[in-house]
Every structure is written in C-alpha cells, then in structure tokens.
Design a protein around this ligand. Sequence first.
Ligand code: ADP
Length: 192
Amino acid sequence: MLNLILFGPPGSGKGTQAAKLEKTYGLFHISTGDMFRSEIENGTELGKQAHEFMSRGELVPDEVTIGMLRNRMLAHSEAKGFIFDGFPRTEPQADALDHLMSGMNQQIDALILLEVPEEEIVHRILKRGKDSNRSDDGDEDVIRNRFRVYQSKTAPIYNYYDKRGKAFKISGLGTIDEIFSCLLEAVDSLRV
Ligand code: ADP
C-alpha cells in the first residue's frame, strides 16, 4: 500500500504529475477539483453548491468536500493505494483524511509539495484558461484569490505532515519529466 498527497498551489502541476504517478505505481488518483467539475457538468445539487465557491476562488465547505471524498474512497477500498490531489486543503480535511485512512487500516505515507512562485502560477493558469473551459482559470483576480486562500488555509498543512517526518518538498519548475524524476526519487526513498 502506498498513499500519497500531491501538494502545492493551484497550477503547480499536481494533476499532470498525479496522472504519471498513477500509471507508474498503479494507484488510484483522487482529484477533488475534478470531482467537483464533474458534479457541475452533471448539474447535480452538489455541483451547484460547489460552483458558487469555485467561481470566486474560494474553498468549497469542508463538510461537503469531506463527504464527497469519503464516498469516493469507500467505493474504491480495493485500490492498491491512493494519490490525493487537491485534498486536504484545510486542517479539518487533514484530520478527516487521517480518520478515513485509519478506518481502512492505512495511513498517509508522504505529502510531496511542488513549489512554484505566485507569478509563475498566475502566468500558467491564465494560459491554461485560454485552452480549457475552466471558469476559474480566466480571471486574474480569481486566480490571485486562489493563491491567497492557498497560502492562508492550505500551505500550513505542510507542517501537519512535516511534524511526523512525512513531508517532502521539490521544485515545481522545469520540464514535466524533470519534475517527475524528482518525484520518483522522493517516492522511492520511502521504501514502503
Ligand atoms: P487548482 O488547484 O488548480 O485551483 P483544483 O481543480 O484542485 O484546481 O480545484 C479547483 C477548485 O475546486 C478550488 O479552487 C476549490 O474551489 C475547489 N476545491 C477543490 N478541492 C477542494 C478541497 N479539498 N476543499 C475545498 N475546495 C476544493
């Protein structure tokens, strides 16, 4: 079993790297952002609720997010392990994840932070916004708000795992393959 959290600001490349890790280690990738977008596309009640927050660059309330994540994990309890992408983003979410993992007799093995500075983030997301139809990617104010929310509510989660010796930091700058090889090095050093 291997359970990883890919961590970092919006636009740091978590989704791209998670897809590669998923293939390499046969893990189940859970992206809360993708889950919300699919709820929105399907016009569900949860999607309507989430859209309100996402369009402003705010976090969806913890109880909604945690409930959705719990269902997804329980539905895939046979997985060889999970890659969490975009979760946890707050301390209550980190507590809930611990709880869920221990209920499955598992634990988080590592959190890996992809470090990318704010100006690069804004540049990348505006570029992504031109090619995708993500409504939260087109507006610079919304993007900067997402970065602010990340710094105030999410970045402190790094220490939560660092205290247990489970946090790693790598540069999110460089080519996709360069970053991926740093990730592999970090994961292979875990020897779980
Ligand atoms: P990015 O990290 O590039 O901003 P995501 O796809 O991870 O993109 O998330 C998009 C939006 O979905 C976030 O700005 C937030 O509104 C919502 N969201 C995703 N994951 C969470 C979470 N764990 N808790 C609360 N809101 C979330």
